[in-house]
Design a protein around this ligand. Structure first.
Ligand SMILES: [Zn+2]
Length: 290
């Protein structure tokens, strides 16, 4: 199943294809525009940049802005897929994960024979920077509570709690678009970023107002997008996670730092493929995109 669009930061047009992959393969990205390059495993060890987006790379080859696709795959319970793209950055589309959710739905998902593996939070972890923090505690569900606080009349303080169940990622989280402030746009463009950015792929605010004539998709669209980004970054553990997460005013850099500490080998997580008492995570199921 394929699609094409422009990269938010590079402005480059790119075609992206989801291809089937065997159990145990994980999510991998292959740059078809670079001859003989190897696929890059979507894994926290391969994160090379977290400024304004999450970039993975290995052997000098990278793919950026993967977080919305990663979130859509996580929300759609796709464990094994080869993502081929002919450019350095995944398409931004409308700034949300909804086009990726639709793409995955169009692909035929199949259950694979292998047991589905998880990571369960075993002991609580908090990672904090200033007044930002991320906390994880054990749970047999996957739940993310996020809080943001921007000094802007159309954003302000927002909090939302999302529990992944019964395919609700598509309706509750996927439609939320990335957002930014006009005062930052020129600065970022001067740094060579958001070259493909526009009101068609982001929610933009000036000093007082929302500039998008269509308005918000959810009244609390901004905090829902932060949950989307967190899920996409957490997916770089390489496995679905069972646990409850509480987050305040974080971003890609803190998400990434948190994932590194979670996976640092000090027993915060325990791999499990044992059935859990949840209707939402049938452990025998993993998916493949065709
Ligand atoms: Zn985002």
């Amino acid at each position: 199943m394929w699609c094409s669009g422009v990269g938010l930061h590079s402005g480059l047009k790119v075609a992206l294809v989801l291809k089937p992959a065997p159990a145990g393969h994980g999510i991998r990205f292959l740059r078809t525009d670079i001859p003989d390059s190897s696929s890059i495993y979507a894994h926290y060890n391969n994160v090379v940049n977290t400024f304004q987006a999450t970039t993975i790379g290995s052997a000098g080859v990278s793919v950026s802005t993967i977080e919305h696709l990663m979130a859509a795959l996580y929300g759609g319970r796709v464990d094994n897929v080869l993502v081929e793209l002919n450019g350095p950055e995944a398409p931004i589309f409308d700034g949300s994960a909804e086009p990726y959710v639709k793409l995955i739905r169009k692909a035929l998902l199949v259950e694979q024979d292998e047991a589905r593996n998880y990571l369960a939070i075993r002991k609580p972890l908090t990672v904090a920077r200033g007044d930002s923090f991320i906390t994880a505690v054990p749970s047999d569900q996957f739940q993310v509570r996020y809080e943001i606080d921007y000094p802007h009349p159309r954003v302000g303080k927002q909090e939302y709690c999302f529990e992944l169940k019964n395919g609700n990622f598509g309706s509750e989280i996927a439609k939320a678009r990335t957002f930014g402030f006009l005062k930052d746009v020129r600065k970022l463009q001067g740094m060579g970023l958001i070259q493909g950015g526009s009101l068609s792929n982001a929610v933009i605010f000036d000093d007082r107002e929302l500039l998008n004539v269509e308005g918000f998709r959810y009244f609390n669209e901004c905090v829902r997008h932060k949950i989307l980004d967190f899920i996409g970054d957490l997916a770089l553990t390489g496995l679905p996670v069972l646990g409850r997460f509480n987050i305040r005013k974080a971003g890609h850099a803190l998400h990434s730092c948190f994932v590194n500490e979670l996976m640092d080998g000090n027993g915060h997580v325990i791999p499990t493929s044992v059935p859990v008492s949840s209707a939402y995570f049938p452990p025998e199921v993993s998916a493949i995109a065709r």
